[in-house]
Write a protein that binds this ligand. Structure first.
Ligand code: 6PG
Length: 242
């Protein structure tokens, strides 16, 4: 039975403890099983200390990097060296500091037409997956990391956007994203996962997290499912405990 957005709670005292909690979980999770691992990284600011920890001496040695294949949950439609680029953020905090070969990292393309880039990235996912259709017993991702916006968006599944109704495609363009157009994994692609890990910190996230976890479907984050499990990694503020 797919896990709904209610999922499981992991609450850390503060942002630093939250980063350690997520980094420890990721190091353990990606190492288990000894298989090829596909991970979709989250953008935004919350994951940055997690990525910095994973690149640190304490954690870098705990992960068998050659088995990983890195994807992105979404991207702002800007050049990869643009300050708003999620790929640039991940490169600076993590990818440039760990032993990954170029073929192991798949940034979302952001040159040319938005929809063509979405189709291109979907083809990249299908090549890695080895199938053209998502199979219930073969999750596309081992881990999907997601943030949550104060409006309840996640990845670039933004309130009111047609992408929320997408049930077939794995990647879609969001032409009316803010502040730029965006590319995003769709709900079916995110659902094809062993683990979805939401990361949220700060008091401003307490309300959208609580609403999403109680299934308020006006919030895009509430409609995320996983073939595996959903875990909410929160600091006490985002858990509404301060
Ligand atoms: C992005 C993210 C977006 C982010 C949330 C939370 O490209 O910005 O995909 O979904 O995760 O907006 O952002 P913060 O972590 O900065 O609060």
């Amino acid at each position: 039975m797919p896990d709904s957005a209610e999922g499981r709670l992991e609450i850390a005292d503060d942002r630093a403890a939250l980063a350690r909690r997520v980094a420890d979980w990721l190091a353990t999770t990606v190492t288990a099983g000894g298989r090829h691992v596909r991970i979709a990284l989250a953008g935004g600011s919350t994951p940055k200390p997690v990525y910095q920890l994973l690149a640190s001496d304490d954690y870098r040695a705990r992960i068998d990097w050659p088995r990983l294949e890195i994807f992105f949950g979404d991207e702002r439609f800007v050049p990869h060296d643009h300050p708003d680029s999620n790929f640039r953020m991940a490169r600076e905090t993590l990818l440039d500091h760990v032993p990954l070969a170029p073929g192991q990292v798949h940034p979302m393309p952001t040159e040319g037409a938005l929809e063509a880039c979405a189709r291109d990235y979907e083809a990249t996912l299908k090549r890695s997956y080895g199938r053209n259709a998502l199979e219930p017993d073969a999750p596309l991702f081992d881990v999907v990391l997601l943030g949550v916006g104060t409006d309840g968006h996640t990845a670039s599944l933004l309130p009111g956007q047609p992408v929320l109704a997408e049930t077939a495609r794995w990647v879609a363009g969001v032409p009316h994203g803010a502040p730029q157009p965006r590319l995003t994994l769709t709900y079916p692609a995110i659902a094809s996962s062993r683990h979805v890990a939401f990361l949220a910190a700060g008091a401003e996230k307490a309300a959208p997290v609580a609403a999403a976890r109680t299934g308020d479907r006006r919030l895009p984050a509430a409609r995320v499912t996983s073939q595996g499990d959903i875990i909410w990694f929160l600091d006490r503020a985002a858990a509404g405990q301060t």
